[in-house]
Ligand binder design. Sequence first.
Ligand code: BG6
Length: 507
Amino acid sequence: MDNLLTMQRAQPAPPCTVVIFGASGDLAKRKLIPALYNLVACGQGMMPAKSAVLGFARREMSLDEFRKSAHDWTARFSRLKVDEGCWATFADGLDYLSGLDHPDGFTKLKVKLEAIEKARGLPPNRVYYLAIPPEAIGESVERLAQAGLISPPDAPNFSSVVVEKPIGHDLPSALEINRVLVKHLDESQIFRIDHYLGKETVQNLLVLRFSNNIFERLWGSRNVDHVQITVAEAEGVGNRAAFYDCAGALRDMVQNHILQTLSLLTMEAPVSLDATAITDAKLNVLRTLRPITPEHARATTVRARYGAGIDADGKPVAGYMDEPGVPDNSRAETFVALKTYIDNWRWSGVPFFIRTGKRMKRRASSIYVQFKDVPQILFNRDSAVPANALTIRIQPDEGFSFDVMTKRPGLDLVLQPVRMNLSYKTAFGDGASPDGYERLLLDVMDGDHTLFPSAQFVEKSWEFVQEILDSWSDGARVPMAEYPAGSWGPNEADELIGTAGRVWHEP
Ligand code: BG6
């Protein structure tokens, strides 16, 4: 294709060992191992073949067992089909160590790492990926430091720590985690990961906005009527009730993925494309996000959980309270909807509607930007002409569409809305988008922080979410609503947007 502009080319990563803490957990199975395999297998040599991956967990497991289950997970969840030749190369560097919770577990980890590096001729470049619950992060970092497993930031070899979301359970615990992290690590060694920032369509928000003159000129309260962000999942809680029930949709999705997306969508142009400039621009959005206070919580938030219903494949499914592992006294919401504003010059007065939930009608995440009506003269005088809208489809069917009015060809003057559509699949081919984790793991190995939330962003987003949690805490101010599994959410969410004179756009 002509006119390709390569701004930054992904480089093969420096050889290293990736240690996955919590290697037998859900995240490692579904995302991390398959993503690392894809980096070896994608034929671009993004991860040098001699690099190693060490699973570190509590459970006793033989290396053969670990390799076999890693193969099964990858076969099930990988973007690329498993090629047995590539798998053999990857599996050769795959190792396992139990004893994460054992008093001398970290001493053993040190011995193991040195042995791997010696055997494979690897420099002591290490990525410690903490795929563990937030309450275990502080202790693991302390123990890494005590075991002498963190090299100084200016050492020739790197030690990087990746911290998974949620960072904390609330604002005080997030502050505490950040405090422990910076006690033992330099900011340049800390990667707070949010896999939404690795998604192609989320990265494309910057390109769409700042390399196309048309959108940026329309971006703001002069032209935009309102914005909707929907992150709908078809899956229920599955086997993650132990984690999910302590979190709920607000902590699990809004505090991180959705606020990240919102800030990229609405931030001012950063002064450059470097990590600090983008981080600052995003942080400024959160600084002006209107807090949801207890007095306004009822009118601006909805929380709900799914009841029994029919899933996206037409099968009857249980309600949240009947899912395995959900306690009878559960207070977790599986759906949340919010209305908020960004009180800055650009977005003053524009409502932002956000909703996310599990067991919704189908998996669909999108951003919908509705523009203002044309003046009520000419075509809009007697009958309303639908407004222009830009829909950015984050997943699936990545791409975007723009709704415009046109004259239908013919002798009559008939106006018809048409959708101009760009589908990534059609434009760039199937399977062109790497999984978010592939991109982000590569960035960690490269030491590139551009797509990673800063400590301030995490804290600021918790401040916003904490006020909502506090408003909900008495249980009565915003009662828990219910929606049937397989729907777009509770009636209360329709009312929330309806009282503002808008309707949800089907993503
Ligand atoms: C995770 C949440 O961060 O994101 C999960 O913990 C959720 O509950 C997942 O299912 C959604 O990610 P994706 O990439 O499937 O949209």
